[in-house]
Design a protein. Sequence first.
Length: 76
Amino acid sequence: MPTHSRLLIDGRWTDGSDGQTIPLHSPITGEHLADVAKATTKDVDTAVEAAAGAGADAMEAMPPFERAELLHRVAD
């Protein structure tokens, strides 16, 4: 198991923008397992913008009929 985990934002692995980490411990043994990157508000905003852009690109490329079918399935 890696000792340090990073954030996946916009298809790239990155440390949190302020470099802070959070220790991860086993709930059973209390053993330290890893340190994981702590996401800041800036990191979350960047990830949300990237996700929104990726979804918009996919929807725009989809023919209108397929887009309508997809939206109806989501609504159901």
